[in-house]
Design a protein around this ligand. Structure first.
Ligand SMILES: [Zn+2]
Length: 342
């Protein structure tokens, strides 16, 4: 089967955005705070928003299951305070849960956390537990920069984050390291902030002993790992100068990269540089880049085509990238699939 490890609910019914706009407006007028129960989206609307969009494209492109989380740019952890984020995360996660119930064969849930700038990450543990225990979610998205482009939190290697890691290890779930919208005019959200964050997260891990403290902790660095594969020699050289072990030993038991690189030469480089045990198929569809590549006539984010066209891959390597790596990195997904006879 083909598992896409990176999809967001970017096509949720407009009522969700309207509710969020009311919540944001209420930050300057506390008499107008909307209640979660003010948001009403029926199953038919949810079904249509998926069938006409993600599921349609999954069928056209030939992927079977998408690991699905709330819209990343809408997490906007910088807005309001912890309670703003807590209500918003609970609403968004519940919608993901309902999608996974409506389409259990095609979607598995990943949670957004109710992060808020400067607020200790242990405040997110309750929502994480709820999503794993009650909703059967198989992972989380962890935002290393809840400030939205101003980088106020300690690095991911700091003990500040450890309460979340302890829960991840306890539940054996990975985190995709995924920022949200940029509110810093210097950084375009999907063109700069996302890729900067991917590169930054990798370097934070490299300069630390995080995975000595948590040998089974697993991070997926999305968007093909930002600049990491392209500059692999730089990272190897930096690690060597710092007297650190080779990166394969130091980081690659814990760090994985997705295939959200939207052209063939980029995918070819990723496949050449990063071991095939560390690459998970993903498209981030329907996401940041929705157009057709005039060079190929195909959508930029139809990433299966690039893997299919990579002639150097053996059948076994292809199987790892499309399926077995995802089942290894998301053991709770593997258990659910096995229970369903898949
Ligand atoms: Zn994403």
């Amino acid at each position: 089967m083909i598992i896409d490890c990176h999809g967001h609910y970017t096509t949720a019914p407009k009522a969700l955005e309207d509710w969020r706009n009311r919540q944001v407006a209420s930050l300057s007028d506390s008499s107008q705070v909307p209640r979660p129960s003010d948001l009403s989206i029926g199953d038919d609307d949810l079904r249509e928003s998926i069938e006409q969009n993600q599921l349609k494209k999954m069928r056209e492109r030939g992927s079977d299951l998408t690991i699905f989380s709330p819209r990343a740019s809408f997490m906007a952890h910088h807005i309001g305070d912890f309670s703003t984020s807590a209500t918003w995360a609970a609403i968004c996660n519940e919608l993901i849960h309902r999608v996974t119930r409506l389409f259990p064969d095609n979607f598995a849930g990943v949670a957004m956390l109710p992060q808020s700038p400067g607020v200790r990450p242990e405040t997110c543990v309750a929502e994480l537990e709820r999503c794993v225990k009650e909703y059967g979610f198989v992972g989380i998205n962890l935002n290393p920069d809840p400030s939205g482009g101003h980088w106020k939190e300690p690095p991911l290697s700091d003990r500040w984050w450890y309460p979340v890691y302890e829960k991840m290890v306890e539940y054996d779930i990975p985190a995709m390291v995924h920022v949200s919208t940029s509110c810093n005019a210097c950084f375009h959200t999907t063109g700069a902030h996302y890729l900067n964050a991917d590169t930054t997260a990798f370097m934070q891990c490299l300069t630390s002993n995080l995975f000595k403290d948590f040998p089974t902790l697993r991070f997926i660095i999305p968007h093909g790992g930002g600049a990491v594969p392209y500059h692999w020699g730089r990272f190897r050289g930096l690690a060597q100068d710092m007297k650190l072990p080779p990166l394969e030993e130091h980081l690659l038991k814990n760090i994985f990269f997705d295939t959200c690189v939207y052209h063939q030469p980029g995918i070819d480089l990723l496949l050449k540089v990063i071991p095939d045990d560390n690459i998970l198929f993903a498209s981030e569809m329907i996401g940041a880049v929705r157009g057709i590549d005039p060079y190929t006539g195909h959508p930029f984010d139809d990433t299966r085509r690039y893997i299919d066209a990579a002639a150097q891959l053996s059948l076994e390597q292809r199987h790892k990238i499309f399926e077995s790596n995802a089942r290894r990195v998301f053991p709770r997904l593997d258990a659910q699939l096995q229970a369903a006879g898949r």
